[in-house]
Design a protein around this ligand. Structure first.
Ligand SMILES: Cc1cc2nc3c(=O)[nH]c(=O)nc-3n(C[C@H](O)[C@H](O)[C@H](O)COP(=O)(O)OP(=O)(O)OC[C@H]3O[C@@H](n4cnc5c(N)ncnc54)[C@H](O)[C@@H]3O)c2cc1C
Length: 448
């Protein structure tokens, strides 16, 4: 509940500090019934409503000067269906809590991203993903949704029930309605072995296909201005829990966060030192070998604040894009000390999924909060967009409706479903209105 107390009318900002809002009112429903009543009132009164999860998106998705709704008071598992292998949870459930509650029932999410602070509804809504060529994004784990519309109607959707809404709603940026509950496909709890090591970028690229094939999860970090990186492998195991000891914890908390903070401060204060800081960071990478339950291994604490841009590109273009990125950074000498993170995800069929219709590689660039990032991100974005890149919905980018329409085959289908479910644009803010090219004054209904 700590987040609840942080949300105050007149004052809101996201995790990275890149977005601020001055909501007139905070709505905190405690049940689906109360949520439906509140939405019916807001819809009738023509209010603007944005729902916020954990506020971990970098883009102004949750920004509003009217009603900011939080589902922090709607958390936890509601029911489980053992035969179908599904669990239904309230939309506000934070992933950390979800991991614990599922574990207590002997099940787990099949995959996760880097952190577990997000809400389940927020995570699926932006196509949040982890890594592993056998896994789709978290939204692919969704077997059904309960949506509360702008009129306060409670709509169930799944592949069998309102299938078109289901295709649109799994990744929907809070534009179709409030995701009140999510039915997730789960797997039996499993232990996994995490191994990390320092490895040269050239070596990781040379072994890319092998690493992706031979490990259920492979990802890596590459430090600009060096050939150095950290390779990360995760695989299922029956071995006993092995926590990696004090050194691994020291590595995660102090080296990955504390040292990163100190080194980032040095880069901020003396930007020309950024390449040297990259070299020091590579030298500091030490191997980790841990075994634990998957929900405890997939995610790590991220205590240092940053800005981030991440694109998905068709997996086959990955080596070419990395070569261009490397050349561009060396040429332009961007002052950056954070590594570039590379992950690999299976394609899916969700209309606004960043992996729609193609196996994808995700390349993420980070910049320490307080350091200029626009020129760096623009330089990389120019490369991504030449390779059919799709920006992560929750991370910084400069794409517009025309670009997105050309890169999402079901763009117009999504817009049609949006206008049917929310004809008055209750869930639109200025950013989303522009992104989805919904005119301000005209009726928001789009003809099919
Ligand atoms: C430190 C850090 C690490 C990250 N790691 C990863 C990663 O590994 N992989 C990755 O893909 N992304 C990652 N992200 C991005 C993050 O996962 C997404 O931005 C995610 O959407 C944030 O979830 P949230 O709960 O904070 O949602 P918010 O950012 O609060 O909201 C995101 C969207 O979901 C909507 N929404 C939220 N709740 C509801 C609801 N109940 N009903 C309808 N709509 C709703 C909002 O309106 C908004 O459009 C990371 C971000 C940070 C800051």
């Amino acid at each position: 509940m700590s987040e609840q107390t942080k949300l105050r009318a007149g004052k809101w900002r996201n995790w990275s500090g890149s977005v601020r809002g001055q909501p007139r009112a905070i709505a905190q429903p405690a049940s689906i019934d109360e949520l439906a009543r509140q939405m019916a009132d807001f819809g009738r009164a023509g209010r603007q409503v944005r729902v916020v999860g954990a506020g971990h998106s970098f883009t102004p998705l949750a920004q509003t000067d009217d009603v900011l709704m939080t589902l922090d008071g709607m958390q936890g598992v509601i029911s489980a269906d053992e035969d179908r292998g599904t669990v239904t949870v309230l939309g506000g459930t934070r992933l950390a809590r979800l991991g614990e509650e599922l574990h207590a029932r002997g099940v787990a999410q099949e995959n996760l991203g880097d952190i577990n602070q997000q809400s389940i509804a927020g995570a699926i809504s932006t196509s949040t993903h982890g890594t592993g060529t056998g896994f789709g994004s978290i939204a692919t784990q969704v077997a059904g949704l309960t949506l509360v519309t702008a009129q306060g109607d409670v709509v169930e959707c799944s592949p069998e029930q309102n299938p078109e809404i289901f295709q649109a709603a799994r990744v929907s940026l809070g534009l179709l309605g409030v995701v009140a509950a999510v039915t997730l496909r789960v797997v039996p709890t499993k232990k996994v072995n995490l191994r990390t090591r320092r490895e040269a970028l050239t070596s990781m690229l040379a072994h890319l296909d092998e690493y992706k094939r031979a490990n259920t999860h492979f990802e890596f970090y590459w430090f600009p201005y060096t050939d150095g990186g950290q390779a990360k492998f995760v695989n299922a195991t029956d071995a006993p829990v092995k926590q990696g000891g004090a050194w691994a914890n020291f590595n995660k908390i102090v080296l990955e966060n504390g040292a990163l903070k100190v080194l980032s401060e040095i880069s901020r204060l003396v930007p020309p030192l950024a390449p040297t800081v990259c070299k020091i960071s590579v030298a500091g990478i030490t191997p980790i070998d841990e075994v634990n339950y998957s929900h405890l291994i997939y995610t790590t604490p991220r205590l240092v604040r940053f800005q981030e841009m991440e694109y998905s590109i068709p997996a086959e273009h990955f080596p070419a894009v990395m070569a261009e990125i490397r050349e561009r950074i060396n040429q332009k000498r961007y002052k950056v000390n954070f590594p570039i993170e590379c992950r690999f995800v299976k394609g899916d069929d969700i209309w606004l999924s960043t992996a729609y219709g193609r196996d994808s590689a995700y390349i993420a660039a980070h910049m320490y909060r307080g350091m200029p990032y626009k020129e760096y991100f623009a330089g990389l974005e120019e490369i991504y967009t030449r390779y059919d890149g799709r920006p992560h919905w929750g991370k910084l980018h400069t794409r517009d409706a025309a670009y997105l329409a050309a890169h999402y085959p079901h763009w117009e289908d999504f817009r049609r479903v949006r206008s049917q479910l929310d004809p008055q644009g209750v869930f639109l803010n200025a950013y989303l209105r522009a992104l989805f090219a919904v005119p301000v004054s005209a009726p928001t209904t789009v003809q099919s």
